[in-house]
Design a protein around this ligand. Structure first.
Ligand SMILES: NC(=O)c1ccc[n+]([C@@H]2O[C@H](COP(=O)([O-])OP(=O)(O)OC[C@H]3O[C@@H](n4cnc5c(N)ncnc54)[C@H](OP(=O)(O)O)[C@@H]3O)[C@@H](O)[C@H]2O)c1
Length: 249
């Protein structure tokens, strides 16, 4: 198949590209660094036209609901329109377990994205996944307070990006399916322990007190709102296995 991957240079998108190429598919990578800006539409029609399927692995770094909703609604409509005009038969979108339960600006954007895909003319598949194992390292980078690093109290069932990418390519190959079963890692983990394990692996030997994030968002992180339901599918790679495979610094 000929697969266009919006955000194909990102954490998830590059893994989708690697998996798709490994299975013999032709891949087109759409990102600003490759001359395609999905938000403004620059280069989009040519990049998408004639592909068999489109995977939307775009993201924006924001916690503002207004910015996230604007980004995901605009880019999703632009991708739908480019796909419709270019004869693309399938639009595949990764989303996140709990986006409809957790009051968080970025999740409001993901929900707007889901709604825009569902309202579009191009047949679609949405796959909600849980946090990637990398999330522990991303939080660690943001959690510096003076000499300390804070460890965030959160219930999560993290999943390997590679396994999410494999599932997305399975879905591309299978054709439009609407909402696919949610996809999660093999077991629940404590984000505090994940962050401390990542810190130790990275050579950090300072203190890491556990903190509860304030407000409704913090409560949702702790009460299981981003955990998968009983009907979810599961990958096999645990956080510990993923961590051991990371290069030491
Ligand atoms: N991270 C998680 O734990 C998690 C869990 C479940 C689902 N997801 C979902 O997976 C998707 C990908 O997330 P990620 O963490 O892999 O993102 P990421 O690493 O931040 O990558 C974002 C990609 O989007 C591209 N991009 C951003 N703005 C663009 C624009 N205007 N035009 C064209 N390309 C643009 C970036 O390339 P340029 O900068 O070169 O444009 C990059 O390739 C998101 O929908 C996210 O919600 C993430």
């Amino acid at each position: 198949m000929d697969i266009a991957i919006a955000g194909g240079t990102g954490v998830l998108g590059s893994a989708v590209a690697t998996v798709a190429e490994g299975r013999g598919h032709r891949v087109r990578v759409l990102s600003r660094s490759k001359g395609v800006d999905v938000e403004t539409g620059e280069g989009l029609a040519d990049a998408v036209g004639g592909a068999d399927a489109l995977v939307d692995a775009l993201s924006v770094q924001t916690t503002s609901a207004k910015r996230a909703e604007a980004f995901f609604a605009t880019t999703t409509r632009a991708l739908q329109e480019a796909a419709r005009a270019g004869g693309v038969a399938h639009h595949v979108v990764p989303s996140i377990v709990g986006v409809d339960r957790v009051p968080y600006g970025y999740y409001a954007g993901k929900l707007a994205q889901e709604r825009a895909v569902e309202a579009g003319e191009v047949p679609w598949t949405i796959l909600r996944a849980t946090q990637f194992h990398e999330f522990a390292s991303q939080l660690f980078e943001r959690a510096a307070v003076g000499p300390l690093r804070l460890a965030v109290k959160m219930r999560t069932q993290p999943v390997a990006v590679r396994e999410v990418a494999e599932r997305l390519v399975d879905l591309v190959e299978a054709g439009p399916a609407g909402r696919a079963p949610d996809f999660a890692g093999p077991r629940e983990e404590s984000m505090v322990e994940m962050m401390r394990a990542w810190a130790a692996r990275s050579g950090y030997d300072g203190r890491m007190p556990a903190i509860a994030l304030p407000g409704a968002f913090g409560r949702a992180m702790r009460d299981g709102s981003v955990l998968p339901g009983l009907d979810a599918d599961h990958g096999t790679v645990t956080f510990e296995e993923w961590l051991q495979a990371q290069p030491t610094r």
